[in-house]
Design a protein around this ligand. Structure first.
Ligand code: SF4
Length: 165
């Protein structure tokens, strides 16, 4: 059994093969432009808001704030692309927090596009994320998945050279 984290959930929704590579500790390209840009936006955004980079157990939250008695956890993304994966990642964090006794609300933030999406962990979403975690466990135990994405969609992936070169 592997210890599932938010990055793995994000990758699984983006591309099964990416999740498998990550789970098997195959190191992605470190100077990938997309990753560097993401790090830069994360560091430069919301400097005077909440607490950034909060680690609890095996989860790492981009930002945590207390507002009107509510705990709000945010994921900061560089663009609206891959928001489906980011949504699942945030729901996974909300579920892990709930299991620790913390009720929180989620926010997906895309500072470059001034976008804010509120994410709530409903019962249906909770069940879906639990199932998704089971699927990840199964995937990791199996062989490496075939390339599943079109080459142009892989261009920003840090495993691009691994898959395509
Ligand atoms: S390069 Fe494409 S196929 Fe390979 S891991 Fe990344 S998204 Fe998946």
């Amino acid at each position: 059994m592997i210890d599932i984290n938010g990055s793995l959930v994000l990758s699984y929704t983006n591309c099964r093969r990416e999740a498998w590579l990550m789970a098997h500790r195959i190191i992605p390209e470190q100077d990938n432009t997309s990753m560097s840009l993401g790090r830069l936006i994360h560091e430069a955004s919301y400097e005077n808001r909440g607490e950034k980079d909060v680690s609890i157990d095996n989860i790492k939250l981009d930002m945590v704030e207390e507002k009107k008695g509510k705990t709000i956890v945010s994921e900061i993304k560089k663009s609206k692309y891959s928001l489906e994966g980011a949504r699942d990642q945030l729901l996974f964090y909300l579920l892990r927090l709930k299991e620790m006794g913390v009720q929180a609300e989620g926010q997906l933030l895309v500072p470059k596009e001034k976008k804010k999406i509120t994410i709530t962990l409903t019962e249906e979403e909770e069940e879906r994320i639990k199932k998704l975690c089971e699927e990840i466990q199964k995937l990791v135990e199996g062989p490496i998945p075939e390339i599943e994405r079109a080459q142009n969609k892989c261009k920003n992936c840090a495993y691009y050279t691994y898959c395509w070169v």
